[in-house]
Design a protein around this ligand. Structure first.
Ligand code: FES
Ligand SMILES: [Fe+2]
Length: 359
């Protein structure tokens, strides 16, 4: 296992950004233990339905807020009251701002009795958390995932859990620049265009190629616009017989260990009529084909050694720039502009479109 330090990423062990931490259905009114960013955390829903994430250990004497089944507070269903969470040990209760708002046996509540809390947004059936090594407010907004989720004509995605990988997130994000793996891993053929565009905290991959099986007829091109907004998740708009939208998330559990998920939603009709069972089956088959394609990358990552320095050749695509871009999230926010200056811009790795110079 290689760590952020081994890759020379910067000052911080864990990056700044929005990260998937769970599917919406995994967070309930029963506090759930989680581990991300090398920290034990607890997620729960308040009575309003809002999801919260707090540190796992009570500031009073260190009890775990979710790993208990026998305390009478748990048996009596008093763990979540309103939007607050109560510790199973002595019953101190903490509000969604983290501050202790009740000690059952004392009027005196110390100011220091506070849990660390994290910004959380529930969107597109997923619980997202802002992680920031400097403890600052989100630097950019969580995106709206093409605004497709829940829209008429779109079949909502289900979440595919892909595993806890013994692999640092950088190796997953390397994929953005990886021109050479598309033919052997993903069955691409007849590439006409492959480029990356870096714009501050966003990196795009523009892709146009045929495919051995995914295209309807010989000579058809798959056209993909794929991008990261921050280090934690990929989005991809895929144009084809049916338009679809992919999300792939990678979230550090510990330094060098990464949890990965995949999801895909499909536009099955123009939205003027309800979605049929047949259309749902079609969307499920689309999602499964995309999951299987991503699983081909995952199998490589699960079994490879760490690549601290790629033995890169020019036709590989701009790994170096992706890794430079990625470093902005591992360093203080005020250093990000300098790092971005070194990666911003367009890099075309392959262009054989009619009229292009190489054609
Ligand atoms: S350890 Fe949590 S209330 Fe005492
Ligand atoms: Fe890939």
């Amino acid at each position: 296992m290689a760590t952020s330090k081994d890759y020379g990423l910067g000052e911080f062990q864990f990056p700044r950004g929005w990260f998937m931490i769970a599917g919406a259905g995994e967070v309930t009114s029963t506090p759930t233990p989680m581990r991300y960013f090398g920290q034990d955390l607890v997620a729960y829903r308040g009575e309003s339905g809002t999801a919260y994430v707090v540190e796992a250990y009570c500031p009073h004497m260190g009890a775990h807020l979710a790993k208990n089944t026998t305390s009478y507070i748990v048996r009596d269903n008093e763990q979540v009251q309103g939007e607050s969470i109560r510790c199973p040990f002595h019953g101190w209760r903490f509000g969604p701002d983290g501050a202790c708002n009740e000690v059952p046996y004392s009027k005196f509540v110390p100011k220091a009795a506070a849990l660390k809390t994290f910004p959380v947004i529930e969107r597109a059936g997923i619980i997202w958390m802002w992680h920031d090594p400097e403890g600052l407010e989100p630097e950019w907004d969580l995106p709206d995932f093409g605004n497709h989720y829940g829209e008429p004509g779109w079949v909502e995605w289900k979440i595919d859990y892909m595993g806890d990988l013994n692999c640092h997130g950088i190796e997953i994000v390397d994929n953005m620049a990886d021109f050479g793996h598309f033919v052997p891993i993903h069955g691409a053929k007849d590439f006409t265009y492959f480029a990356n565009e870096f714009t501050d905290h966003i990196v795009h991959q523009y892709y146009s190629a045929g495919h051995r099986t995914l295209t309807a007829s010989e000579g058809d091109q798959l056209v993909l616009d794929t991008w990261y907004e921050g280090p934690g998740f990929l989005q991809s708009e895929m144009a084809g017989e049916y338009d679809s939208f992919i999300m792939i998330a990678n979230t550090p559990i510990d330094d060098g260990i990464t949890r990965a998920w995949h999801a895909l939603m499909v536009n099955v009709n123009d939205g003027s009529k309800p979605i049929t069972d047949g259309e749902r089956e079609l969307a499920a088959a689309y999602q499964e084909a995309s999951r299987a394609a991503f699983a081909q990358d995952v199998e490589i990552w699960q079994n490879k050694r760490a690549c601290l320095n790629p033995l890169a050749i020019p036709n590989d695509g701009p790994y170096g720039k992706v890794r430079t871009w990625y470093r902005q999230f591992y360093n203080p926010r005020d250093q990000a502009p300098t790092i971005r200056q070194r990666s911003n811009g367009l890099v075309v790795t392959h262009d054989t479109r009619p009229g292009s110079q190489a054609a």
